[in-house]
Design a protein around this ligand. Structure first.
Ligand code: AMP
Ligand code: ZN
Length: 115
């Protein structure tokens, strides 16, 4: 599995820094964002270090499908019933700050801090 020793999300995947986990399997991990924009704010993260959507290839189709399908399941498990947003920031102009591909999934009653 490809990892980057300087990457904060690779360190979370490796258990080297703590996170409040909501889900984990062989391919993916989900944990609560440290600065939530809304009552529920999860980050869904492939375990393999993929820098951004710009690095995704056709071989990642199943993985990206898994990520997409996991979002409603985890929101339901978190008690979110009123809907949610899924956001992926890509690159400088996309506002990406952590350069390990992740999907924000945010929900819960408004108002939200962002979005
Ligand atoms: P982005 O701007 O899409 O790259 O978002 C990165 C997100 O990662 C931000 O919402 C941060 O609050 C979140 N984040 C950064 N470090 C951690 C961490 N150690 N644990 C949980 N979330 C983090
Ligand atoms: Zn990484």
């Amino acid at each position: 599995m490809s990892t980057d020793p300087n990457c904060i999300f690779c360190k979370i995947v490796a258990g080297q820094i703590p996170a409040k986990k909501a889900y984990e399997d062989d391919d993916l991990i989900a944990f609560h964002d440290i600065h939530p924009w809304a009552p529920v704010h999860l980050l869904l993260v492939p375990k393999r270090h993929i820098a951004s959507m710009e690095s995704v290839t056709e071989q990642d189709g199943a993985l990206m499908g898994k990520l997409m399908v996991l979002a409603p399941r985890l929101m339901a498990e978190a008690g979110v019933t009123g809907g949610f947003r899924q956001v992926i920031n890509t690159g400088r102009d996309g506002g990406q700050e952590v350069h390990h591909l992740h999907m924000h999934v945010i929900g819960g009653p408004r108002p939200w801090a962002k979005g």
